[in-house]
Design a protein around this ligand. Structure first.
Ligand code: NAD
Ligand code: IPM
Ligand code: MN
Length: 362
C-alpha cells in the first residue's frame, strides 16, 4: 500500500466547495485502485483566519506543511482583505517558500465543453503552458518613494535568475518531447520592450534549445501570442512564459477550454525537496460563493495532476474520461455551462463515472 499525506487548504469562497469534490475524486480513485491510500489534514488558513488572527497562515506554516507529500489548495481571496495581503500571505508564500518553480497549466478543450471560438473544436485546443512560478515579475522586490508627495513613485522590480530560468526552460523542452504532439516549444517573450529581463530570458531559451535538437522552437511576443490563441490555437504544443505573462495567457487559455471552471494547475517543486501544490487556476469567486454554483471540474482535473505527480501511473486519463462523460448530460452541468446542477452533484456524477470506467478497465 502506497500512503500519501495531503495537506488540504480549502481557503476562501468557492475554494471550500470545489476542494470537497477534489478530495472525493482522490478517494474514489484510491478506493478502486486498492494499492494507494490518502490521509488528509485540513488547515483553516485564508481570509477569515486573517481577520481573526492577523495572519493568512501560521508563522511556522511552511515548516508544518513540509511534512506532507502534497498540498491541495482551493482558492484565496475575499473582498474583506486586500488581495496583495491575502495572496502574498498564503498562495505566493507557499509557491515561493517551497521553490515551486514550475507552474504547469494544461489547456485542453474537452468534448462537450463550450469553446467561444466558432470554428474550433477539441482537435484544435490542446496545449500546455509552463509558467515560471517563483520569481520574475512576482519577486516582490520594490517599494514606494516619497509617499503622499507629488513626486510619489512606485517601483516593482523583476528578478530572473539563470538557475531558475534554465530549470523552467529545460522542463518545457522535456515536456514537449514527452507530449509527442509537434515536439515544439514556443518561447513567450517581450524582449522588444523589456530590454534586460526578456533579452536574458530569450538568451537562456536559445541556450537550452541547443540540448534539444529534436524539438522545434519559436519565439513570439506575448501580445502576439494572445492574438494567436484566438486566431490559431491549433499551432501550440508547449509554451514557456514568465510569471506574469503566464498568468495572463492562462486565463485566456481557460476561456478557450470552456472557462475558469476547467482550468487546472500544478505548482511543482521538481526536486521533491518540498511538497508541490495543486490548485485550480480560478479564484475564490466571491460573486457565486456559498451556493454550490461553482464548477468543480477545474479542481477535479487538478486532483488528477496531483495523482500524476505523486504516483506516476499511466491510468489517470480515466478521470478526464469521467469528466467528459459527465459533460455530455445536461443534468450534470453547473450554471457556467448553462445547467442547473450543484457543485456536489457534478462531483458525485464524476465519481460515479470514474468508478464505472475504472471497474471496467481493471
Ligand atoms: P475568479 O477566478 O475568482 O472569478 C472570475 C469569474 O469567473 C467570476 O465571475 C467567477 O464567478 C467565475 N468563476 C471562477 N471560477 C469558477 C468556477 N469554478 N465555476 C464557475 N464560475 C467560476 O477571479 P477574480 O474575480 O478576479 O478574483 C476573486 C478573488 O480570487 C480575488 O481575491 C483574487 O485575488 C483571487 N484569486 C485567487 C486565485 C487563487 O487562489 N489561485 C486565483 C485567481 C484569483
Ligand atoms: C493565478 C492567480 C494568482 C497569480 C493571483 C491570485 C496572485 O491569478 O494563480 O493565476 O497571479 O498567480
Ligand atoms: Mn491568474
Amino acid at each position: 500500500m502506497k500512503k500519501f499525506k495531503i495537506a488540504v487548504i480549502p481557503g476562501d469562497g468557492i475554494g471550500n466547495e470545489v476542494t470537497a469534490e477534489g478530495v472525493k475524486v482522490l478517494n474514489t480513485y484510491a478506493e478502486i485502485k486498492g494499492n494507494v491510500e490518502f490521509s488528509y489534514e485540513y488547515f483553516p488558513w485564508g481570509c477569515e483566519y486573517y481577520l481573526k488572527t492577523g495572519k493568512m497562515m501560521d508563522d511556522d506554516g511552511l515548516k508544518t506543511l513540509e511534512a506532507f507529500d502534497a498540498i491541495l489548495l482551493g482558492a484565496v481571496g475575499d473582498p474583506s482583505v486586500p488581495d496583495h495581503i491575502s495572496l502574498h500571505g498564503l498562495l505566493i508564500n507557499i509557491r515561493q517558500g517551497f521553490n515551486q518553480s514550475i507552474n504547469l497549466r494544461p489547456i485542453k478543450l474537452l468534448q462537450g465543453a463550450p469553446c467561444p471560438l466558432k470554428d474550433k473544436g477539441p482537435q484544435d485546443i490542446d496545449f500546455t503552458v509552463i509558467r515560471e512560478n517563483v520569481e520574475g515579475e512576482y519577486a516582490g522586490v520594490g517599494g514606494f518613494r516619497f509617499p503622499g508627495r507629488p513626486e510619489e513613485v512606485a517601483l516593482q522590480t523583476s528578478v530572473f535568475s539563470r538557475k531558475n530560468t534554465e530549470k523552467v526552460m529545460d522542463y518545457a523542452f522535456k515536456l514537449a518531447r514527452k507530449r509527442k504532439k509537434f515536439n515544439k516549444v514556443t518561447n513567450v517573450t517581450k524582449s522588444n520592450a523589456l530590454n534586460y529581463s526578456m533579452v536574458f530570458w530569450d538568451k537562456i531559451f536559445e541556450e537550452i534549445a541547443t540540448n534539444y535538437k529534436d524539438i522545434k522552437t519559436e519565439t513570439t511576443h506575448v501580445d502576439a501570442v494572445s492574438m494567436y490563441f484566438i486566431q490559431k490555437p491549433e499551432v501550440y504544443d508547449v509554451l514557456v512564459a514568465s510569471n506574469l505573462f503566464g498568468d495572463i495567457i492562462t486565463d485566456l487559455g481557460a476561456a478557450l477550454q470552456g472557462g475558469l471552471g476547467f482550468a487546472a494547475s500544478a505548482n511543482l517543486n521538481l526536486e521533491k525537496e518540498y511538497p508541490s501544490m495543486f490548485e485550480p487556476v480560478h479564484g475564490s469567486a466571491p460573486d457565486i460563493k456559498g451556493k454550490q454554483l461553482a464548477n468543480p471540474i477545474a479542481m477535479i482535473w487538478t486532483a488528477k495532476m496531483l495523482l500524476d505527480f505523486l504516483l506516476e501511473e499511466d491510468d489517470t486519463e480515466m478521470i478526464i474520461d469521467a469528466i467528459t462523460a459527465v459533460l455530455q448530460e445536461e443534468k450534470t452541468l453547473t450554471p457556467d455551462l448553462k445547467g442547473k446542477a450543484k457543485t456536489h452533484e457534478v462531483g458525485d456524477a464524476i465519481c460515479g463515472k470514474l468508478k464505472e470506467i475504472m471497474n471496467a478497465k481493471i
